[in-house]
Design a protein around this ligand. Structure first.
Ligand code: CTP
Ligand code: CA
Length: 222
């Protein structure tokens, strides 16, 4: 009932989440991609909606069901994701879980590149905008800005460097070293200016709920 909804910990809060990979065209039939499934970002959007938030999920190309109550905007490229993220502002919290392609092809011909005997075509790349870093400097910067990072070594060190470089408030760093297929040494570290909180590796929905509870606590403390 309504009374219950109004008492949920994120009631009245706007939460923006990015998820999935981006696809960067090479020509009309080919693209650059990465292995992000989008599952962690979708789980976070679902947890935020369950906790009463107004959630906008800007999703790269993934085959996942939209969580109940979530406004989903589908995009293909980093440039499209950047534009949709800016349109979704203002937001109380932004959680950038997407594996945004760092580079895109410099030119994308209108026609398919042919194997026409002129040799191997060069693939020249241009850097994509850093959506997280640009949100940190935005006039409508979300009050709580959270980035994600998958690291294979020096997890906390790399996360602290990213926190400073990008100007966000927290980095959720995932240790993907060792046996990434479910090994015991995977872990999550919530890295903030105040310190580091480490959580054991858990299913994505468990991590998502724990993170959103942490977010609700932070918002309640002002
Ligand atoms: N990110 C972003 N826009 C980009 C690249 C990254 O918004 N063009 C965000 C991701 O969504 C994530 C965070 O930045 O929340 C960290 O991404 P990561 O790829 O780990 O950082 P990079 O600065 O790209 O560093 P790396 O060289 O390790 O890829
Ligand atoms: Ca990157």
């Amino acid at each position: 009932d309504f009374a219950d909804i109004a008492h949920r910990p994120l009631f009245g809060k706007r939460v923006l989440v990015t998820a999935g990979p981006t696809h960067e065209a090479i020509d009309p039939v080919r693209y650059i991609a990465n292995r992000s499934s989008g599952r962690q970002g979708f789980a976070i959007a679902a947890a935020a909606a369950e906790m009463g938030a107004e959630v906008t999920l800007v999703a790269g190309p993934v085959h996942l069901v939209t969580p109940p109550g979530v406004i989903r905007i589908d995009v293909e490229t980093a440039l499209e994701m950047h534009a949709e993220v800016e349109k979704a502002l203002p937001s109380d919290v932004a959680i950038m879980v997407a594996a945004v392609a760092d580079w895109r092809a410099s030119d994308t011909p209108d026609q398919k590149i042919k194997k026409d005997g002129k040799g191997i075509p060069p693939l020249t790349l241009t850097e994509n905008p850093d959506i997280l870093a640009s949100l940190a400097k935005h006039k409508n910067r979300p009050g709580l800005l959270i980035g994600f990072a998958a690291e294979t070594e020096k997890i906390v060190e790399h996360a602290q460097a990213k926190l400073a470089k990008k100007g966000c408030d927290w980095i959720v760093a995932n240790d993907v070293s060792g046996d990434v297929m479910g090994g015991a040494n995977n872990a999550f570290h919530i890295v903030t200016k105040e310190g580091v909180e480490s959580w054991p590796d858990s299913p994505k929905d468990v991590i998502a709920r724990k993170l959103m509870e942490r977010v609700a606590d932070a918002l309640a403390q002002g």
